[in-house]
Design a protein around this ligand. Structure first.
Ligand code: AMP
Ligand code: ZN
Length: 469
């Protein structure tokens, strides 16, 4: 049975051939740790956990190295730290934010049935590798120093843009990015930038005196180099990372190491939306993994139901996350796990299931095969297939509870729901905004209420509200 994977680099499905079957190597871009992970962030974690499990199944658990980094240096982290801990020195506040967020992330993804990666490197522990790579790039003429910044010069790499299919000359011609005056080309990107006093900083490479900090892209090039080598087998992430993040990782790594590829196979998951709309805080449909596990639309959902709901859609397709779909996913598992109680296990994963998941992770088709195993009473096969996909098969693990509270920022449903005066005041403010034709403000207030579970209904008689179910 061949394992085939779609490769963003070649835009087709290709047989997977590792450099070394005794040491299969995969890198996936991990979270920037400043806030709760949302259900969209869960998608790459689950998808690449499945890839990891398939590789372990095929090559043996000791022959696969999976690296997923933690980005713990980033301007968004600095901003959040200053906001949440205004009384602490910035570096201490940053430590509070990153440690708390990282622990929460680990709890969340463990509940989704994801194995810990082999290595989980932190950016701040790889500054030495980053500065080494940056100095090599400067020495080779692929990067230059300008006003205490170090920039990668894209024109130094003739096939820059191959992954995203954007030829360099077109990009330069059509560039609409704001151009810093010290950039040679609009597309040149930051490898290193100066820090203000008080901001996280390290001694700068390439003879710059002002201390500074790395750009985002170089972090992944450095960490994958350290833990997987100059070239490796699979690089993954969400589709939004293709450009510029992965394109820039490729440019840095290939130019620093003088290699033809960074990774042979580039895998990208499609985007997730919620109830038919792009997920956004301003739309009030933003939902974190933690909320789903502790209370979303009235229920605390078991992590396995979230995982199953994710895998019902092919990983490259857009996914619409809905309450109805989640409920169906939970019911299916509940039925299967109940029927599996007391049945004999043992035996391998049935061929049709393995065939479909080895065919570019066709999980919807694999799940159809699981339904067949269930309806024909092939209990051992059903259990083995569930285990391969990361499911326990135990009813005790998938009890659904009434969600006590919905911990949106700013309060729980119960608190806000009981403070009707507060809701009425916001509705009055929204009406004022609407009368003044300030629809952006009116929408913002609607979203603020939705975020805490209050739904507004407009009619000819005026606006009423109810607690969302
Ligand atoms: P970010 O926190 O935005 O850096 O994202 C972390 C990971 O989650 C990246 O691999 C993103 O591509 C992925 N991601 C973010 N939003 C979504 C979404 N709505 N659907 C699927 N993947 C997403
Ligand atoms: Zn990355």
């Amino acid at each position: 049975m061949a394992l085939t994977l779609y490769n963003t680099l070649s835009r087709k499905k290709e047989p997977f051939k590792p450099f070394d079957p005794a040491n299969v190597r995969m890198y996936v871009c991990g979270p920037t740790v400043y806030d709760f992970a949302h259900i969209g962030n869960a998608r790459p974690v689950i998808v690449f956990d499945l890839v990891y499990r398939l590789l372990r199944h095929r090559y043996g658990p000791d022959h696969v190295t999976y690296v997923r980094n933690i980005t713990d240096v980033d301007d968004k982290i600095n901003a959040r730290a200053a906001e949440d801990y205004p009384d602490l020195p910035l570096n201490e506040a940053i430590r509070c934010v990153t440690e708390k967020t990282e622990q929460q992330f680990h709890r969340d993804v463990a509940a989704l049935g994801c194995l810990p990666p082999t290595v989980e490197p932190r950016a701040t522990q790889h500054i030495a590798e980053m500065t080494t790579m940056i100095e090599t790039l400067v020495e080779r003429g692929c990067a230059y120093v300008a006003e205490d910044h170090i920039l990668f010069h894209v024109a130094a790499m003739p096939d820059y843009g191959k992954l995203s299919g954007r030829p360099l000359d077109e990009m330069i011609a059509g560039a609409r990015v704001e151009v810093a005056p010290f950039k040679r080309d609009a597309m040149d990107f930051v490898l290193w930038k100066p820090s203000m006093p008080g901001e996280p900083s390290w001694p700068s490479p390439a003879g710059i005196e002002t201390p500074g900090r790395p750009g985002w892209h170089i972090e992944c090039s450095a960490m994958s180099w350290k833990h997987l080598g100059e070239t490796f087998d699979i690089h993954g992430g969400g589709i939004d990372l293709v450009f510029p993040h992965h394109e820039n990782e490729i440019a840095q790594s290939r130019c620093a190491h003088g290699t033809k590829v960074m990774a042979n196979h580039w895998l990208h998951n499609g985007f997730l939306q919620v109830e038919g709309e792009k997920m956004a805080k301003s739309l009030g449909n933003f939902v974190t993994i933690h909320e789903l596990l502790t209370g979303w639309q009235g229920y605390a959902w078991p992590g396995e139901a979230l995982r199953f709901n994710m895998l019902r859609t092919h990983y490259r397709q857009p996914l619409d996350w809905t309450h109805v779909g989640l409920d169906e996913s939970h019911k299916t598992l509940w039925e299967w796990y109940g029927d599996l109680e007391g049945k004999e296990g043992g035996g391998g994963v049935p061929g049709p299931v393995l065939d479909t998941v080895y065919d570019d992770l066709n999980t919807p088709k694999a799940i159809a095969a699981l339904h067949k195993l269930h309806s024909s009473g092939k209990w051992a096969g059903l259990r083995a297939a569930l285990n391969l996909l990361g499911f326990s098969g135990q009813r005790a693990n998938i009890r659904r509870h009434a969600g006590a509270k919905n911990k949106a920022r700013g309060g729980s449903r119960a608190e806000v729901g009981s403070d009707a005066g507060h809701v009425d005041r916001l509705i009055a403010a929204r009406n004022e905004a609407r009368n003044a034709k300030n629809f952006a403000e009116a929408d913002r207030i609607r979203a603020e209420l939705e975020a805490v579970g209050i739904v507004l209904k407009d009619s000819a008689e005026g606006t009423t509200w109810e607690v969302a179910r």
